[in-house]
Design a protein around this ligand. Sequence first.
Ligand code: ATP
Ligand code: MG
Length: 160
Amino acid sequence: EWIDLSEVMNSAIRTVKWKIEEKGLVMQDHIQDDLTYVYCDGHRMAQVFINLLENAIRYTEQGTILVEMLEEDDVVKISIEDTGIGIPEEELDYIFERFYRVEKSRSREFGGTGLGLSIVKNLIEQQGGSIQVFSEVVKGTRFEIIFPVSSDTAKEGEEE
Ligand code: ATP
Ligand code: MG
């Protein structure tokens, strides 16, 4: 289906809004409102955005969750950034693996199964997109998704 990713993101943000308010975090977003429609599965993209937002909220004690979405040179760039506990550099290569969780002590404190990001990565790649993580301990974490706008690329991904 042809999807306006900004609508999917705005509705994902509405879904997690109460959690952000409950923790006293600030939500900031810069979401371009005239994006080209991309060919993808809206439900899967919603799952991706909600997963990343829930991580950002879970692993942030104070500060801001920043969501950006803009179109540039045939791709939509999406970034979800937090001011949370961050991820140690040596763990960054593993966080997209199934059941991988940073530090056992952390897992006990924060709950979760370690499946979220492996599902996110699969869903994104199935649809022809890619995801990257940038993080610094104590400062925060940024996930960046690149999603192709060209219908060819998007349809290739869909057939997998
Ligand atoms: P689940 O999502 O299945 O409930 P989870 O959140 O532990 O559990 P993932 O979403 O796969 O699992 O994340 C893997 C690990 O990466 C997490 O355990 C956490 O340590 C780390 N992580 C993920 N997102 C962030 C973030 N925004 N800030 C800090 N650490 C993060
Ligand atoms: Mg998670």
